[in-house]
Design a protein around this ligand. Structure first.
Ligand SMILES: [Zn+2]
Length: 178
């Protein structure tokens, strides 16, 4: 299905539960913390939400449909694999990312000190400048989700300009129709 608009918005949401003794990966960065995020892959809640936002913008199947948790090949998978598939689909559809914005909701660790590293890594992964990547973090006041990390992501895609048609130097020349 070819999108018809020159801009497309996408939205993604994900959550994972904290588990002791596994590495904590957020936005492709490993953070120092006694607990990590459980899940069939590496549990990178932010990369999953970005992936789903990109897929959603294209009205493509979501991350769970493309990479089913029931498939053993995705056990412990590096989530950049999922993101790269979504980015390939964005390119193939003739779009690029204009900007993306995210909000993380987790009680700990504090994300502030890691924002620059996460932004830099996402910039590298998705190929847009850090100035076009919003990273915000909140604590889950009153939500009762202290043992989970949640990510919300919005992305804007814009159509890539197609190469200009060759200029007609002589106005008598008409393009032939096939
Ligand atoms: Zn996930």
């Amino acid at each position: 299905m070819k999108p018809t608009s020159s801009i497309r918005i996408g939205y993604g949401w994900d959550s994972h539960e904290f588990k002791r003794g596994i590495p904590l990966k957020i936005g492709g960065v490993t953070l120092e913390h006694p607990k990590g995020l459980g899940g069939h892959s590496d549990g990178d809640v932010l990369l999953h939400a970005i992936t789903d936002a990109l897929l959603g913008a294209l009205a493509a199947p979501d991350i769970g449909s493309l990479f089913p948790p029931s498939d053993p090949q995705w056990k412990g998978a590096d989530s950049t694999v999922f993101l790269k598939e979504a980015l390939t689909r964005v390119r193939q559809a003739g779009y690029r990312i204009a900007n993306l914005d995210s909000t993380l909701i987790l009680s700990e660790p504090k994300i502030g000190p890691h924002t620059a590293a996460i932004r830099a890594r996402i910039s590298e992964l998705v190929g847009i400048p850090g100035a076009s990547i919003g990273i915000k973090a909140k604590t889950p006041e009153g939500m009762g989700t202290d043992n989970a990390a949640i990510a919300h992501v919005a992305v804007l895609l814009e159509e890539v300009e197609r190469p200009a048609k060759p200029k007609i130097s002589n106005n008598k020349t008409k393009s032939k129709k096939a």
